[in-house]
Design a protein around this ligand. Sequence first.
Ligand SMILES: [Zn+2]
Length: 345
Amino acid sequence: MMRLLNVTLVKGTIALGVGLMSANSSSAADLELGLPIVCKLGEDCFVQNYVDIDPGSEVQTATCFRAGYDGHKGTDFRVLDTAETADVVASAPGVVRGVRDEMPDRLVVSEQDRQRVADKECGNGVVIAHGGGWETQYCHLRQGSLAVSGGDRVERGQKLGQVGYSGFAAFPHVHLSVRKDGKTVDPFLGSFDQAGPRLTRCNEGTSETLSYDQPLWQGDIEPLLADAEGTIIQSGFADGPVKSLDLEQGLASQPESRSPALVFFARLINLQKGDRVTLRVEGPEGILAESEGEPVERQKAQWVAFAGRKLRSATWPAGDYTGTVTLVRNGEVFRQKTSRFALDG
Ligand SMILES: [Zn+2]
């Protein structure tokens, strides 16, 4: 009942790949990772959390932006809400070591929920062995979506299942862990040995542009790093005040001409202390609502802001409505997003 990943070990020795690695550490070519999810990064999926490289009780991540939480051992790629489906795919070729597919998709919102998934935090998942001591693990997949079994040989990009929210998941996402010889490796840093020096660098408060000498990711890593600094993941309209949990489940309803309220909302991730989120809503008859926002008091993994008005006449005026959200950092526009919708008369 409380077993860990339902690991089906492949009989015999797993011999994979070519070229034996020398004993004196890893090279950049050890393992190359593609994205573990099929989506448009920065549009319909985002990197919410990174690996915590601080071995103590503090949090630090390779970007020095602390976009993670204590003890986090992977990279979290989130989708907007639980109604969205996206394929989870193998980041590198290998052999499936084990799968689990029997846990329900249920967002963790309370301590009770958390206890419910104790020792099974990964939820439905897949572990793939890549040879040379490398392993990747994919967590929180949608129940019933698993497309591979223990012992299967998989290629990079091959479907493993669908993104979900089983196990310890407060939002729908796939968590990718990378391990070498059982030790967590931050795929941005590329080897276990890089974590200590990077932590020192972050703690020194360096203002230099950080370099990533041996990332495991294939291609340009900039798009993968952008979300760590804070970004607007969604904006839209609703017919009343919105709650974070409703948005996680895609439950905001678009206003209609007789809706009791008309609200513009925005969701942001990885805000820094002092950031401000301003909102401006315009309708056919001019400005409907405006909010300057208060500076956030501390780092925020997720943030929901909204502004709007109650209905004061029989119907809302027909025409175009526009909402603009701005993330203001150090007094300057850091990110901005505009949403529009039209109300028929
Ligand atoms: Zn995670």
